[in-house]
Design a protein around this ligand. Sequence first.
Ligand code: PXP
Length: 241
Amino acid sequence: MKRIRLGVNIDHVATVRNARGETYPSPLRAALLAEKNGADSVTIHLREDRRHINELDLNKIIKKLKIPLNLEIAATKEMLKIASRSKPPFLCIVPEKRKEITTEGGLNLNHNKNFLKLLIKRLKKRNSRISLFIEPSLKDLEKAKRLNADCVEIHTGKLCNLINKKKNYMKELKKIQKAVKKGKELGLEVHAGHGLTYSSAKILSRIKGIQEFNIGHFLIGESIFEGMPSIIKKFKKILKS
Ligand code: PXP
């Protein structure tokens, strides 16, 4: 069985740093620690309001990291400029609302379609692998394919919420299962992310075809108690089984 790759999202190391306006804890140090302990990639989300990661973090991390950096950006002119300049190996296009606490849903692929097309074309020319963060919707998978994305990342937030609240999650899980199948049929690489914990990662890792998980908030939170190397090891064990 093929192992699912683990992308470690370190945004919330920057959240803690920014809470005090200090220079520590260092997102670069976290990225290198994740690399050293078996992460397959490191993810950072450069938000419009720079509430966690900033451009200095991006520049430092991209210079030092040997595993791929996955940069999450909104489809805006500013982010197109930054991504064109920094040329991260992986890019994930996400929706962004200023007032949200976290990325609340998948991209609306009907909105700003021409700009999205242009952004994908330009960034693919710079050799970035392009992923679109979408809801588990068959229509959106077809749209992602038409937009010439390389991958899709399925928003798992709703499923994870149901699992956390011990509610029935079977309907949402089946939806994701169908979406993964459709993605594979279309020749897209399929990833999953948002809200993942040990239990939701375990449940989702049983779906055949998901190639990458991106995990942040829970992984960084648990690292406070046990250290990042130990938490990465636990997730990697789940993704291998
Ligand atoms: N994937 C994408 C596209 C995201 O926007 C986020 C949140 O920034 C994550 C994964 C990670 O979500 P979480 O921090 O809940 O693990």
